[in-house]
Design a protein around this ligand. Sequence first.
Ligand SMILES: NC(=O)c1ccc[n+]([C@@H]2O[C@H](COP(=O)([O-])OP(=O)(O)OC[C@H]3O[C@@H](n4cnc5c(N)ncnc54)[C@H](O)[C@@H]3O)[C@@H](O)[C@H]2O)c1
Length: 414
Amino acid sequence: MSSIKDSKLAELGLEEVSWAHRQMQVLTEIKEEFSISKPLDGLNIGACMHVTKETANLMLTLKAAGANVALCASNPLSTNDAVAAFLAEQDIEVHAIRGVSNDEFFQHLNRVLDTNPDITMDDGADLVTLLHTDRMDISILGSMEETTTGVIRLKSMEKNNKLRFPVVAVNDSDTKHLFDNRFGTGQSSMDGVVRATDLLIAGLNVVVFGFGDCGKGVAERAYGMGAKVTVVEPDSVRALEAMMHGYEVKNSLSAAKIADVIITVTGNRHVLDKTHFDAMKDGVVLANAGHFDVEINLVELRKNSKNVKRIREHVDSYQYGDKEILILGEGRLVNLTVATGHPASVMDMSFANQALAAEWIKNNNGKLENKVYTLPKAVDQKIAATKLKLMGGELEVLTSDQVTYLDSWEFGTS
Ligand SMILES: NC(=O)c1ccc[n+]([C@@H]2O[C@H](COP(=O)([O-])OP(=O)(O)OC[C@H]3O[C@@H](n4cnc5c(N)ncnc54)[C@H](O)[C@@H]3O)[C@@H](O)[C@H]2O)c1
């Protein structure tokens, strides 16, 4: 039986899911194919994902493919309770309630594993971690991972020969990380900052920690809104790339001193710590868009603050010495806790990859090693071509002469 907040929210959930569905045409095409071919017939799929209107469309696609689906949340604050209620009515076992305690959060993960999944799907490797610790009793065909932080964990497990089954790093598909991480996280993180604060971004010093796919997106959107953007990045090539984009590039301490708004998106921990809090301006706004809530050292901030109070929805004021430091969304993914996550149009491609990854694991059962795999490039090309066409773009087709020329080494200056 599902654990959800209120089944009466199901109708509202349907409206939300239908709204996202309009923007998810690639996934819809896959769903139509899957409802005929039934590639996942009879399989149990256990998913731990943000319970959003976009995820709902993925769950319905897996169901259309013949799978029995169970879903829990990958973050206690990102669940849309109406979407959870709607999915529970669709014969999907849902364990997700916005704002649950840590204990309940882990109970929900275990309830999904109690369904004995054949394939699991994670956003942050929480199910996989349990399958390697408390739930070693369960054997699965394989798993899929949605985000960079999860993939880093899984590659470390592979390197140490700890991985018990094959995993597809969906994040590493080009049609995922080059679009979802960049355009999705970029837009929705700035959306989260603005929704929580109503700040005018134009003219502010916005500092972005991390210039990976996500950081690039956040910096671009902040710059587009008129911010003076500064990037903090330990990788010299990426730091140089940020410089040539026209951003300031500073170390963490110099950046902390000038910031009006800081957004962390590194996948690392304690990138903002006591030395930074000490250096910050009064009234600075801190938000995190990285996967876990460890990027801002909130334990240290709280320890050294005289008073902490919620001053408006999603904004906590920490009285730190004689200044105020403002934390958005409790330091958890600001785009999902304050705003509503990535737009459906970009999740369309991420979730097309997830659906095809489930089929790929099933079709390659017995042939895969306990490694982290990326989907074949042909899948990326197919998803990108479909999306491009749906968005009204035209793809150039090479002549056979041009294909021969590019494949040859004999032709040079004529
Ligand atoms: N908010 C979302 O919806 C969302 C979406 C996708 C990914 N993510 C998460 O965002 C994080 C970043 O993802 P990504 O794909 O950009 O990863 P990435 O590996 O491409 O980039 C991370 C960057 O952070 C830099 N970095 C590491 N430690 C740092 C530090 N102390 N200070 C400054 N920079 C530092 C790294 O050098 C790297 O360039 C991950 O945790 C990922 O799981 C969030």
